[in-house]
Design a protein around this ligand. Sequence first.
Ligand code: ASP
Length: 343
Amino acid sequence: MTTKPKIFILYTGGTIGMVKDYNSNVLVPFDFDQIQERIPELKQLNCIIASESFETPIDSSNMNVDYFREMVQIIEDHYEVFDGFVILTGSDTMSYTSSVVSFMIENLQKPIIFTGSQLPIGDLRTDAKENLITAIQIASSQRNGIPMIREVGLYFEYKLYRANRTTKINANNFEAFDSMNYPILVESGVQLDFNSKFINIHSYNSDPPIFRKDLNTNIAILKLFPGITESTIRAIIMNEHVEAVVLESFGSGNAPTSEWFINVIKESILNGKIIVNVSQCIGGGVVQGKYDTSIRLKRIGVLSAGDMTTEAAVAKLMYLLTKNLSKKDFKKYFKKSLRGEIS
Ligand code: ASP
């Protein structure tokens, strides 16, 4: 007897689960328990679907660590029984959320697919149906009873990406995300085309996953621009609550060579802060030492984030900062691929 895969859908909020209130013309969340009635096509899928919703669905701009923990707890509670998970969130912060969730689960052996939409599910031209239906199909795809995807993915507009490689690049287009530094995992055309060479971080094994809910958010993002002043940089980096800073630099990791700039970064590192260098470009990455404008950063102990996205670097810092690592180990783990987030 063949059993159908069981898929668990969690709705946390965002446009996908909204309908227009035609009296007020405002988007309001609909009762997600009615999902199967709203999208009768779901019944045609070759899987068993169960769904749950956050008690109060949120706009993803309100996403925070408590919600990350709640999400991962719900996944953990249902992990044994279900074969795959589809998490619906707003697209605005989906790359951050899905990146954090990728770090919170070690040795994941089942698919966790994030998706959402640009237009609400009730809209005539909605992208919600395709995104949801294909995300479920991908989550339920198995070969010899083993899930095809065993990592955290993000599905949007006919493409499944590795979640921690994505960035939201467009507020208007249906193609709202990109993954410039890592290939598409699955392309949805007439068939689902699995790009096997690039899927999954580790091989299939029977060890149980580890769910980690400890996160540290004492992080700042400092985006450089020509003309940025010392006082602005100091105010951010020297803030007593900030333990780690994502320094968004130019091009391949370049920053001003002025004495004051190098000194303030050096001072912060000597004070125990962690400074990581992420490129402002969405493609390519940081190569410290390629130019004179980055060699000094390397010498004073700034860590290169390579081709990581800002979202992945923030997520990785939230995760690694809880581990009480020595400087040497922090550097080692930051530079190493833990969930496929860096090449
Ligand atoms: N503002 C919405 C959100 O991120 C947009 C969306 O759902 O895509 O929650």
